[in-house]
Design a protein around this ligand. Sequence first.
Ligand SMILES: Nc1nc2c(ncn2[C@@H]2O[C@H](COP(=O)(O)OP(=O)(O)O)[C@@H](O)[C@H]2O)c(=O)[nH]1
Ligand SMILES: [Mg+2]
Length: 451
Amino acid sequence: MQYQTTIAAIATPPGRGGVGVIRLSGPKASLIAEHLTAKTLPAARMAGFRQFYDAEGLVMDEGLVLYFPNPNSFTGEDVVELQGHGGPVIQNALLERLFELGAKAAKAGEFSMRAFENGKLDLVQAEAIADLIDATSQAAARSAVRSLQGAFSLRINQVLEKLIHLRLHVEAAIDFPEEEIDFLADGKILALLDDVRDSVQQVQTSARQGQLLREGLQVVIAGKPNAGKSSLLNALAGNERAIVTDIAGTTRDVLHERISLNGLPITLTDTAGLRETGDIVEKEGIRRAIKEIEQADLLLLVYDLSEGADPLALAQEYFAEHLEPRRLILIGNKCDLMTGHPELAQYQNFRHVTVSAKMDMGVQALIDAITAHAGFQPEEDTFIARTRHLDAMKRTQLHLHEAREQLVVFHAGELVAESLRLAQNALSEITGEFSADDLLGKIFGSFCIGK
Ligand SMILES: Nc1nc2c(ncn2[C@@H]2O[C@H](COP(=O)(O)OP(=O)(O)O)[C@@H](O)[C@H]2O)c(=O)[nH]1
Ligand SMILES: [Mg+2]
């Protein structure tokens, strides 16, 4: 696709810094840069030192100019990078000057969008750039780089190849109607189909890890006052983030802490203790706690082992409808006060961990339980993934399932072929080979400007 406009944006983050980079991309990039610098451009991919002039011919700034002629640039178009000084006033003035010279302000994600449309990147790689920039842990950053370098796209393309191969077989069967039934029944097509389903399943499993890495986990700590919730937050975070006292009702507002457990990014939330109270501030705190509990991916229900009360009774009272073993770990705290092993049998359905938040006992075992509960098992080659990708794979599987049914139950060749076509479309959405325009707008619109 050929764009007529030349876009410009500040590529470095806002604020002050030694260097500020402005990026120009499009057919007039070189012309505009030559006007700005009143000089010819340096040779391709070589740094040249230049003055940047305003409309009156006064020097606004000076710095390096880099020229990347198409198609060997990030966007695949002519790109010029202006490396001036990094102050908001000078950077904005330079940008205004580029607009005077004919550049248009780049929209969010427009550089990446052009790179995608010129075949420089597929959709997964474009998204990986955004994820790399936004990565909140080393592991997330590493897996974003892997996606950027094509690890995820390769897996998808390998499955697509198998799927296309299968479609060819089915189409061939349909083309020879007198042999169609035999063709469909001889088991070869079924074997190919099941192989495709297995392959999608394997990519789904890896992608789920990548999605966890990208999106992290919302973990909420709840329980009675003085159970040790704030102490647990501090023990998990490895610092004294929350105030701990022996006064019940100390934590009244919701407290969020971003941490990483075994490499999994986690937003840990401490909440007000659940109890009957007349205190209006504490009441509001409890209302907020319930709201957090409802939205949590995982709930750590903390109780004081030395009290001997059933923690689930409290849960029943305050959030019975959110009480699922899948979303909850029971934490028996203050095990340092106990002699021997407390009896835990009555809560068998729920995962159960005993700790001493204060003495830092059992905390690593709890961390392992949390990441295991989330199903997080990062492999060496985890790639970053998004809900969008998992959703597309789910739809792919659905169509493959339909295809299998049409094949095995109805021997309906045409319908098998149609389901496989839909499966291929769904899978191709991931890399963007097949995609609706509104999907592209949505994805690139969420990027920041200058990317
Ligand atoms: N012995 C003992 N005391 C604890 C433990 N965890 C917390 N505490 C104490 O219990 C009291 C309440 O702790 P806090 O974390 O503020 O509880 P919260 O109200 O649930 O947030 C404080 O005096 C803590 O020192 C523990 O594991 N063992
Ligand atoms: Mg507290």
